[in-house]
Design a protein around this ligand. Sequence first.
Ligand code: DQA
Length: 142
Amino acid sequence: MKLLILNGPNLNLLGVREPEIYGKQNYSDLCQLIEAHAAELGVEVEVRQTNHEGVLVDWIQQARGQFDGIVLNPAAYTHTSIALLDAVAAAGLPTVEVHISDVRRREAFRQISYVRAACVATITGHGLHGYLEAMDVLIHLK
Ligand code: DQA
């Protein structure tokens, strides 16, 4: 089993960016946590980050046939992107939406998630651990 973990804009700034909201651990810590969990689960994993919406669309399209599931933190594109919703719907792969912060308890504009409609689950507000929970959801679907 091979999982693709995708991160959207500004998540490369973890640890520096608003630590009171996103925590003190940095992007490299996140990658290490995911890789260690993948090793425990005995699955392959690839972790990527981009600041560009179209790159996320390309990666989701290319995942078909290459991966068995996607963990997606679209960051701010969650709240704006119909293109990402369409890409996830077209990919034909189970996808779990993840947010580090609890978007349900933040600004009104963060209550909207376009991608959610195409995702099998959403994990929000569990910090970096949410990515590991999303991986667990995907492996239990199989
Ligand atoms: C986020 C929440 C989004 O609202 C925000 O734009 C992000 C990160 C999260 O992981 O909590 O960049 O997706």
